[in-house]
Write a protein that binds this ligand. Structure first.
Ligand code: M6R
Length: 608
């Protein structure tokens, strides 16, 4: 996720672009840049780091001009660096582009453009765009852009300016957001409304493949065939704070709702139809994988819970024994790491101190390290031998939601990849799972429509002192995650237990009115879970069940049921965690807690 802005008007573009970018920093903040038409020439300023760095550079050496584009980056292809920062330009510096999205076929396009003499100076996917436009440019920027996008696969919101047409800004989108702000004698483009709210409340919300051509004379919307589009103006009524959160009350809720997109992005180009899983730069041979006698998954907090799911997935699909541990425990227990070990570290931030320490110690012992992280250029991504990025975009709320979902997806991608290379799963088995994985984003969307029921449950139970979560197998891993979410943002005491452990102690805690949330999405374990549920009900518990659609037999047993859409049993965690995230969220809201910044917690734990 990145943020783009653009300005055409009579004022100096530079401060307006920087101000707009500051409102989009929630979309990315590892580097920033602007390109401005200055005295008929294109001037580009860009640098690694927070927007403040760019602002300081612009203060030292201002760029004058009234047409420009800007970008705040969250790296996906190429680590944060000056040369990977946007805007990107063609070699002559006559065309500059800002881009949000992912050009999936950029490697092929680079090769093709390379064969025509084009040179590249960054590691980004974006750099192919100004060069493609250059290739097609015959004096008409709009025409060149329409041709360029026919070559591009993936998602994009693009803003382009060109030295040869210095009075013009052109933009287009596909699967990445883009709006056009309509001020008085001045016009804007932006990835999101907050960037323009200071100047106007009148916007166009662009649809896929709609182009906008902006000059000082006004705004024209066109299709790729050049037909003019007549579009309704949208009047924004939100205040700036709500707008930054996309109209949601909190970043956490926004991020919960971003999960379908985060899952789709993480799957992009890795799982496509029936083709074998492809992991960009990660390429193991069967012999290399057969050398690993054990996989260790190590992480903290929510990432550790993703690892628990990863264990079952990798053991089932790739038939390698997997040990999962909490980084702070693993690093002090002299684990049996050897050169035949594959260590998978999972970390949203890529900066968690204990996880990083495990990575470093294990490398010294000869392990091969694969990092699953959300932050390109983070410490774990730089120090691991291999990196599988989760493309969740920046996660602002302290409670991890969309990053967790994408960590689960990373576990499936890895499990399938290892299974395919090791030949431990059949093509049929792999196809069935891939087909179902592709359906997960829309199934998460279906669960999100049940929010009222979850809200009601929260309103009824938010005063409770304790909440217990129960599950077996993969459901137990989700019970742990649900319990962590609840305690960290609502401060309600909660515990998660494996159903089979109840009689070994925890059942002593159940009394009249105790709330128990029971997961029973694993068909093979369902009867055993129903027995556990009956045991707690007998002792007075009120039970909310999370079950598969169609499991009507549970209805007569429990006080309430939340159904998740049917899917392959190995994939249910991606769905069953969503109601638990929402329960935690609504309980915390009922209690008046600051869900985005819970007390005593930091987003990233960079010290021991
Ligand atoms: O950045 P990391 O994934 O390494 O962070 C690990 C934990 O600190 C993190 O998941 C934490 O448990 C979250 N606050 C949970 O919501």
């Amino acid at each position: 996720m990145c943020g783009i802005v653009g300005y055409v008007g009579n004022r100096e573009a530079s401060p307006i672009l920087v101000e707009g970018l500051s409102k989009l920093e929630y979309r990315g903040y590892d580097s920033a840049g602007v390109a401005i038409i200055e005295n008929g020439d294109l001037t580009v300023k860009r640098c690694k780091g927070r927007l403040k760095n760019l602002e300081n550079n612009l203060q030292k050496k201002p760029v004058k001009g009234t047409i420009g584009i800007g970008h705040t980056r969250w790296a996906t292809h190429g680590e944060p660096s000056d040369s990977n920062s946007h805007p990107h330009s063609n070699a002559e510096g006559t065309i500059s582009v800002v881009h949000n999205g992912i050009i999936e076929n950029y490697i092929k396009l680079r090769e093709w453009l390379g064969s025509k003499g084009y040179k590249f100076y960054s590691e980004t996917d974006t750099e192919v765009i100004p060069n493609l436009i250059d290739y097609y440019y015959k004096g008409d920027l709009f025409e060149a852009l329409t041709k360029a996008i026919t070559k591009m696969e993936g998602s994009y919101a693009i803003g382009v300016i060109c030295k040869n047409e210095p009075d013009k800004l052109i933009a287009v989108r596909k699967d990445s957001p883009l709006i056009v702000g309509l001020g008085k004698d001045e016009f804007f483009i932006a990835s999101d409304i907050p960037a323009v709210l200071e100047y106007t409340r009148e916007v166009y919300l662009l649809e896929d493949k709609e182009f906008v051509i902006i000059t000082n004379d006004g705004v024209t919307l066109k299709t790729e065939d050049g037909e003019v589009i007549d579009k309704e103006i949208f009047h924004v009524t939100w205040d700036i704070d709500a707008a930054e959160k996309g109209g949601f009350e909190d970043f956490m809720l926004k991020e919960v709702y971003e999960q379908p997109k985060a899952i789709r992005d993480t799957l992009t180009s890795r799982i496509a139809g029936d083709a074998k899983v492809s992991l960009e730069n990660i390429k193991f041979t069967k012999e290399e994988l057969d050398k690993f006698d054990r996989v260790f998954i190590v992480a903290c907090g929510t990432a550790y819970h993703a690892g628990l799911v990863g264990k079952t997935v990798i053991e089932n699909l790739a038939k390698i024994p997997v040990e999962v541990d909490i980084a702070s425990e693993f690093r002090y227990r002299q684990p049996l790491i050897t050169k035949n070990s594959l260590l998978i570290v999972i970390s949203q931030s890529g900066e968690t101190a204990d996880t990083l320490a495990v990575l470093r110690d294990s490398k010294k012992l000869g392990a091969t390290v694969l990092a699953v992280t959300n932050v390109v250029g983070s410490s774990v991504s730089r120090e691991a031998h291999h990196v599988l990025y989760t493309w969740a975009g920046p996660e602002i709320a302290v409670a991890s939601t969309k990053a967790y979902e994408t960590q689960l997806i990373a576990m499936y991608i890895l499990g399938l990849y290892l299974g395919e290379v090791k030949e431990t799963i059949s093509k049929e088995e792999s196809s069935i799972i891939k087909e179902e994985i592709a359906n997960l984003p829309s199934k998460v969307e279906m669960i999100l429509t049940q929010k009222e029921e979850l809200q009601k449950f929260a309103a009824k139970n938010y005063m409770d002192k304790d909440v217990f979560f129960l599950g077996r197998g993969l459901d137990y891993a989700i019970a742990l995650e649900g319990s962590l979410k609840l305690k960290e943002i609502s401060y309600i005491h909660s515990e998660a237990y494996a159903g089979g452990e109840l009689k070994h102690g925890p059942i002593a805690l159940i009394e009249k009115g105790t709330v128990v949330i029971a997961l029973l999405t694993q068909d093979k374990l369902k009867d055993k879970m129903i027995s556990n549920i009956r045991e707690v009900i007998t002792r007075g518990a009120k039970v909310l069940a999370i079950a598969n659609e169609g499991d009507k037999d549970i209805e007569g047993v429990v006080d309430g049921v939340i159904y998740i859409p049917n899917t392959n049993p190995i994939l249910t965690p991606v769905l069953s965690v969503v109601p638990l995230q929402l329960i935690a969220y609504y309980m915390a809201k009922e209690k008046g807690c600051d869900v985005d910044k819970p007390r005593n917690l930091a987003k990233s734990v960079t010290v021991e």
